[in-house]
Design a protein around this ligand. Structure first.
Ligand code: CA
Length: 337
């Protein structure tokens, strides 16, 4: 069976956004989680230089690497935390500029790259306009949001213009990790728990659960949210989430929703394999969600994408399932040719 290997959570950054991160990190009142990023993965050190070089390239070097690894197409997005640590006007401008740069790379390599648009939730009305521009002028295929924005989560009513635009224009939203918000990050600051091994999934899983429990998907039933890292833990907990939700309703701890949490998850979410090369984790996701809700992602350049390809090529699934995870599902969700 032939298929394209399409990787859907692949990162880049622009030089100006990187430069502005260092301005924020050098300032006062830096969010504690972001400060940890500044001390480690974002530190300007020789060890991080190869990573930065890869993030900054959306041209020939990236394609040469993809050829080497066997990735046919990358769906590229602005890396975490993107513009979500800047004040609104700067964030809005830099999101648009990074979308222009990404769209230009996609135009130059239309069979190898597709892109997700960055938005600045700090200004929801401007973000809604940028979503429209991203689809109609730039041909981008979805949106990327790196979890909380200065401690705020997207279930807040002020962010509705973003979901109105995303639903109207049929743009899936990749809800990508970042460090836990300042309001609850303190116990994560030790032992690197704020980082990708645990804190990122805790933060992003929380964000996804806020969207579900707030009734967002009754207001916007056609929204599609993409979660990386095999669903940020939610598929594992889904039965228990329903079970305890029913009790929480009974004891008056939360509002009764028209559907069970798991029903919203199955209808409004898909997940990707980014950063996970565990057959038990993939098996559980297949059993809980079904093969049509799982997309391949490598998380370049943070993860070893050659290893991701080795894993997916050798995974104990049928050839039809492999084709869906590598190609068919990505084409459907992101409307690729
Ligand atoms: Ca990532």
């Amino acid at each position: 069976m032939t298929f394209r290997r399409i990787a859907v959570e692949e990162a880049f950054v622009t030089p100006e956004i990187m430069a502005q991160w260092y301005v924020v990190l050098a300032g006062r009142n830096v969010e504690p989680g972001f400060a940890k990023m500044g001390e480690s993965i974002l530190a300007q050190t020789p060890a991080n230089k190869p990573l930065d070089d890869r993030l900054l390239d959306i041209g020939a070097a990236r394609i040469a690497h993809m050829d080497q690894v066997g990735i046919d197409m990358q769906i590229i997005s602005l890396t975490s935390p993107g513009v979500q640590v800047f004040e609104a006007a700067l964030a809005t401008r830099l999101a648009a500029e990074s979308n222009d740069a990404l769209a230009e790379a996609v135009r130059a390599h239309p069979t190898r790259f597709a892109g997700l648009a960055a938005i600045a939730p700090q200004d929801p009305a401007a973000a809604a306009k940028e979503i429209e521009r991203a689809v109609q002028k730039l041909g981008l295929k979805g949106l990327i949001v790196n979890s909380h924005t200065m401690g705020e989560y997207l279930d807040a009513a002020k962010f509705r213009p973003i979901f109105e635009a995303a639903q109207a224009l049929d743009m899936p939203i990749y809800l990508h990790p970042r460090e836990p918000a300042a309001s609850w990050v303190t116990p994560y600051l030790d032992y690197a728990l704020w980082f990708a091994g645990w804190g990122f999934a805790a933060e992003t899983g929380l964000h996804a659960m806020r969207l579900i429990m707030s009734g967002l998907f009754d207001r916007f039933p056609k929204l599609k949210i993409v979660l990386g890292h095999m669903g940020e833990g939610i598929p594992f907990w889904l039965q228990r989430i329903d079970n305890r939700y029913l009790l929480e309703v009974k004891i008056g701890a939360c509002e009764k929703l028209p559907k069970l949490p798991s029903e919203y998850f199955l209808e409004n979410f898909v997940i990707t394999t980014s950063g996970v090369t565990s057959m038990p984790a993939l098996r559980l996701s297949l059993d809980v969600l079904g093969v049509d809700r799982i997309l391949f992602a490598a998380d370049f350049p943070y993860e070893d994408d050659a290893e991701a390809v080795r894993f997916m090529d050798g995974a104990s699934v049928t050839e039809e399932e492999r084709r869906k995870i590598y190609e068919t599902n990505a084409c459907r969700v992101f409307k690729l040719a």
